[in-house]
Design a binder for this molecule. Structure first.
Ligand SMILES: [Zn+2]
Length: 110
């Protein structure tokens, strides 16, 4: 199931409840807020679920780019959260990442 299908499901489930409500704007506004919060929560969760996590090959393909971003700017961890997440979980890729980072930093300082 794709991220967007999961989001559509979330909205299609929450919508009828809002329409059935006859208690007016206040409740509807609350439900809209809740839905937005849920959406943010959902997006955050989807980012870090194993279902959407990169495999080692995908991380390896992106590692050069990621290491360059990290060397330039620590914000890379936010730009590529799935790579970071995989590196947190996978010692093999983390070793590879640390070697690349070391090589890059050594090359830069020469
Ligand atoms: Zn890995």
């Amino acid at each position: 199931m794709t991220i967007w299908n999961q989001i559509k499901n979330l909205f299609s489930r929450s919508k009828p409840a809002a329409q059935e409500s006859s208690r007016g704007m206040a409740l509807e506004a609350t439900q809209t807020t809740l839905t937005q919060d849920m959406m943010v929560e959902l997006m955050h969760r989807l980012e870090i679920t194993t279902e959407n996590a990169y495999c080692c090959d995908e991380v390896f393909a992106l590692l050069d780019e990621y290491v360059e971003l990290v060397a330039d700017d620590e914000e890379a961890r936010q730009l590529m959260p799935l790579v970071k997440n995989h590196l947190d979980m996978c010692p093999d890729c983390r070793d590879e990442y640390e070697v690349l980072l070391h090589v890059l930093k050594t090359a830069e300082s020469e």
